[in-house]
Design a protein around this ligand. Structure first.
Ligand SMILES: [Zn+2]
Length: 64
C-alpha cells in the first residue's frame, strides 16, 4: 500500500514510502515531513489529533 499521508503537525502531504520520519501512536502509524514534526507530535499527540474529538461538551466549550 502506498500513497499520501498528512503530517498531523504541519498538515503537509507526505509520501508514505518516502517519509523522512515515521512514528507510531496507539497502534497507528503517522508520517512526518521531518524528524522535528515527529518529535513535536510524540511530545503531545493529543494536541495534533483533533479529528477525534474527546468529550463532546468539553470540546465545544473549548472552541467557544
Ligand atoms: Zn511536518
Amino acid at each position: 500500500m502506498s500513497g499520501i499521508a498528512i503530517d498531523p503537525v504541519c498538515k503537509m502531504e507526505v509520501k508514505i514510502d518516502q517519509a523522512p520520519a515515521v512514528g507510531e501512536y496507539e497502534g497507528k502509524s503517522y508520517y512526518f515531513c521531518m524528524q522535528g514534526c515527529k518529535d513535536s507530535f510524540l511530545a503531545e499527540p493529543s494536541k495534533y489529533l483533533d479529528s477525534t474529538p474527546p468529550k463532546k461538551g468539553f470540546f465545544n466549550f473549548l472552541k467557544g
